[in-house]
Ligand binder design. Structure first.
Ligand SMILES: Nc1ncnc2c1ncn2[C@@H]1O[C@H](COP(=O)(O)OP(=O)(O)OP(=O)(O)O)[C@@H](O)[C@H]1O
Ligand SMILES: [Mg+2]
Length: 246
């Protein structure tokens, strides 16, 4: 017998990612740190969401759970029809590998490998990748293929990290302070690439930032405070990164 997925009320499309009542408690000796205190969060197909919030408000914890790098203490996480909450390590690894691209504040490139080789490292184990050259062209580094990380600027290194993240054609891109180590001009170039990937490849995107003006480039802005969603708004008009000052 076929199993038919139950349609959502009003035939709303299912979100790509959804959490229900997500909590995360870190036990530090005798002290419990409540990093998330009941978060209901959704990412719609193709959406660009910016996550804001003070240091320690739970942004990275939420992003890491959404990306299958961490598991919640309670609550549920869904990737499309699939519940990730009780997935074992193997299933989470497959989920990360097939569906999620990560970009962090620090680029985590391998210094002894060129830009092309850093990207090839992930595309070699992927079923339907972009060619490393193609991924690097998409981030504007088609002429820097054989440069080593030490021969690239910070913004260029972050764009190599972005090329690596998108080369497996993930349907979700999760960025944790991608411009945190960059000056405004270099950061703008990185944000332009992230916006373009979202627009042209339709990659569902979430970006954590401390720079509130960056929120103006998102479809939707979600603010965390003390482990909870404290605010949310939709931008009526999205700005290009070049129009922002921060
Ligand atoms: N591995 C861990 N062990 C113990 N406590 C942790 C761990 N990771 C995070 N925390 C705590 O959980 C809370 C939320 O941390 P999280 O890293 O999600 O915050 P954040 O919003 O990303 O902050 P920042 O803007 O500084 O990166 C903080 O109080 C933090 O100290
Ligand atoms: Mg963080």
């Amino acid at each position: 017998m076929d199993v038919v997925a139950t349609p959502m009320p009003g035939n709303a499309p299912r979100p790509v990612l959804a959490t229900e009542g997500l909590t995360k408690v870190y036990r530090m000796g005798e002290v419990d740190v409540h990093a998330l205190r009941g978060v209901d969060f959704q990412l719609a197909e193709g959406e660009f969401v910016v996550l804001l919030g003070a240091s320690g408000s739970g942004k990275s914890t939420l992003l890491n759970i959404l990306g299958g790098l961490d598991v919640p203490t309670s609550g549920r996480v869904f990737y499309r029809e699939q519940e990730l909450t009780h997935a074992d390590e193997r299933a989470l690894t497959r989920y990360r590998r097939e569906h999620v691209g990560f970009v962090f504040q620090f680029y985590n490139l391998i210094p002894s490998l060129t830009a092309r080789e850093n990207v090839a490292l992930v595309t070699d184990i992927s079923p339907n990748p972009l060619a490393p050259e193609e991924a690097l062209s998409l981030v504007g580094l088609g002429t820097r293929l054989d440069h080593f990380p030490s021969q690239l600027s910070g913004g260029e290194q972050q764009r190599v990290a972005l090329a690596r993240a998108i080369a497996r054609r993930p349907d979700i891109l999760l960025c944790d302070e991608p411009t945190g180590a960059l000056d405004a001009k270099t950061g703008t170039a990185v944000l332009e690439v992230i916006a373009r990937i979202n627009r042209e490849l339709g990659t569902t995107t979430a970006v954590i930032t401390h720079n509130a003006p960056i929120a103006q480039m998102a479809d939707r802005v979600v603010t965390l405070a003390d482990g909870r969603i404290a605010g949310e708004h939709r931008n009526t008009e999205k700005k290009a990164p070049g129009e922002l000052s921060w």
